[in-house]
Design a protein around this ligand. Structure first.
Ligand code: HEM
Ligand code: NAG
Ligand code: NAG
Ligand code: NAG
Ligand code: NAG
Length: 458
């Protein structure tokens, strides 16, 4: 039984590596570091993409990260998370508050104890300060990226302490974190330009993968095979869309350059490439958000709860609450919307809380240079047609997303109150009202997308 699952896993891993090498080899030729350099010299959007890749991505995108092969000061964090995961989740969540409070306290005190015994705060502080001063000789960017993920998942595991998440933890509004995971978090958030106490799709998901496409910090160990496969398939989607999106970003820069140079033929070619990539990118969603890959009965309790947050702190005498991780944090969808000149789905405050600075800047430059509104009906029919195809792809995605996710969110989880990862508000009087609220947000974005399409017809 055990060896069969290992076999299945190795086959899946091998298939994945093959797929990735194919996906990446399609980019050979023009989607290389040298192409990036040319784009950087030629356009503001190229500068922004290059800054993201060099600084945040450790030279690549999605960002490169390594887990555990780190400077000795940081290593205890990796080891402690690995030791704690088996204690985090359980197959039979209790409905009894007292039992859950005991489990929560036990998990937190053990985690605190390990952190205080093994982390050398002065050493960590000195290393992070020297990085902040621009001295990377003690730690490469890849390791720093993996460390970002590790501290984020340690914080999420301390926040919840019990997976599936339980009411008594949801009711806590202010959590007192051990200083060993507060102090580095402040450095990391300053470095990446993010304000939230919680992690984001960047820290928790993208930085969780090494360059073999393997995810370092899992949530559930040994619960069931269905939980394992659901957890793997769900998180992989967010990484895989960025693998395909990277060359698409380059095509967008090229399209901007060609359009501004008046080279419509070249621009059209890049627009066609964008559509080819976008179709591949959305396949990741269509093929993976299905019951056989992401099981509804497993997803809410074992994958989603951990990524939520719903806690906060006092800032200038006012309580500020942070949300958890959301699909709306996906860089590729923000960039696509910006390329079309659509206003951002997230407001400014949420952008600053959950989206790293260099991602925000890149999105903003794509929006600034959007040439969608400059197209002329007569002269630019073919390019307009390509824009129409992008919009059509997004419309289909948004309605599929809206329809597919609702049954996932509506799964029973009596040990908790309803709460999504991205939007932790739990005011609505009942679950149906809550789901309706989320549905409305998505419908409104779908309507915005349809409105863009009608500009094209006008
Ligand atoms: C079970 C799986 C999923 C659930 C339950 C879910 C749920 C949600 C919810 C409730 C929202 C609206 C609230 C918010 O902004 O946070 C949202 C937004 C969003 N989600 Fe998902 N999601 C899932 C999977 C995905 C996947 C796999 C992707 C992309 C690869 C994705 C992409 C997005 C995007 C881009 C938005 C922003 C709204 C928009 O641009 O239309 N989601 N999701
Ligand atoms: C790469 O791009 C250059 C200039 O944009 C173009 O002339 C060349 O044909 C492209 N090469 C490939 C392999 O697509
Ligand atoms: C840079 O950091 C390393 C190790 O973190 C340290 O040994 C070295 O002295 C620092 N260099 C400077 C110029 O501060
Ligand atoms: C998971 O289960 C297997 C088989 O029951 C066992 O050998 C292994 O030690 C367990 N791993 C953990 C981390 O508990
Ligand atoms: C780790 C992670 O939380 N990923 C999130 C990214 O976006 C999806 C889709 O909404 C969230 O559900 C995930 O929680």
């Amino acid at each position: 039984m055990f060896s069969i699952s290992i076999l299945v896993f190795s086959l899946a891993a091998a298939a994945y590596r093959l797929w990735r090498s194919l996906a990446i080899s399609k980019d050979s030729g023009n989607h290389t570091a040298s192409r990036l350099k040319i784009l950087e010299r030629s356009h503001e959007t190229g500068v922004a993409l290059s800054r993201l890749v060099e600084h945040d991505g450790a030279g690549s995108w999605p960002p490169k990260a390594s887990h555990g092969d780190w400077p000795s000061e940081l290593l205890p964090y990796h080891e402690i998370y690995m030791e704690m995961i088996p204690l985090l989740s359980s197959a039979n969540p209790s409905l009894n508050n007292d039992v859950n409070i005991k489990r929560l306290n036990r998990f937190r005190s053990l985690l605190s104890k390990k952190l205080s015994e093994r982390v050398d705060m002065v050493g960590v502080y000195e290393l992070l300060s020297s990085i902040e001063a621009g001295n990377w000789s003690g730690c490469c960017r890849e390791a720093f990226n993996g460390f970002y993920c590790c501290i984020a998942v340690l914080r999420h595991s301390y926040r919840w302490a019990v997976i599936p998440i339980v009411k008594v933890a949801q009711e806590e509004k202010i959590v007192d974190f051990p200083s060993q995971i507060d102090m580095p978090w402040a450095y990391l958030q300053r470095h990446f330009g993010v304000e939230s106490d919680s992690g984001s799709n960047t820290s928790n998901v993208l930085h969780n993968y090494n360059d073999m496409g393997e995810r370092a910090y899992k949530i559930n160990i040994n619960i069931s095979e269905a939980v394992d496969t659901t957890e793997d398939a769900f998180f992989r989607m967010f990484y895989d869309v960025e693998v395909i999106a990277y060359p698409m970003y380059q095509d967008m820069v090229s399209a901007n350059i060609a359009f501004e140079q008046g080279n419509k033929k070249e621009c059209l070619k890049h627009m066609q490439d964008i559509n080819i990539r976008l179709r591949e990118l959305l396949k990741v969603f269509y093929q993976n958000l299905v019951e056989s890959r992401v099981a509804k009965g497993m997803w809410l309790r074992y994958c989603q709860g951990f990524q939520a947050w719903g806690a906060g702190r006092m800032v200038d005498g006012e309580y500020v609450e942070f949300d958890g991780v959301s699909g709306s944090h996906n860089l590729c969808f923000m960039v696509l919307d910006a390329f079309l000149g659509m206003k951002s789905y997230m407001n400014e405050q949420n952008l600053c809380r959950y989206i790293p600075r260099n991602q925000r800047l890149m999105v903003a430059t794509f929006r600034k240079h959007s040439f969608f509104d400059k197209l002329h009906a007569d002269n630019d029919q073919e390019i307009s047609h390509q824009f129409g195809k992008i919009i059509q792809h997004l419309k289909v995605f948004r309605s599929a997303h809206k329809n597919r996710i609702m049954p996932y969110l509506a799964q029973p989880a009596p040990e908790r109150m309803m709460m999504t990862a991205g939007k932790s508000f739990n005011e609505p009087s009942n679950d149906a009202a809550h789901l309706k609220l989320l549905d409305n947000m998505l419908v409104s974005r779908l309507k915005d997308t349809i409105a863009v399409a009608s500009k094209l017809l006008a």
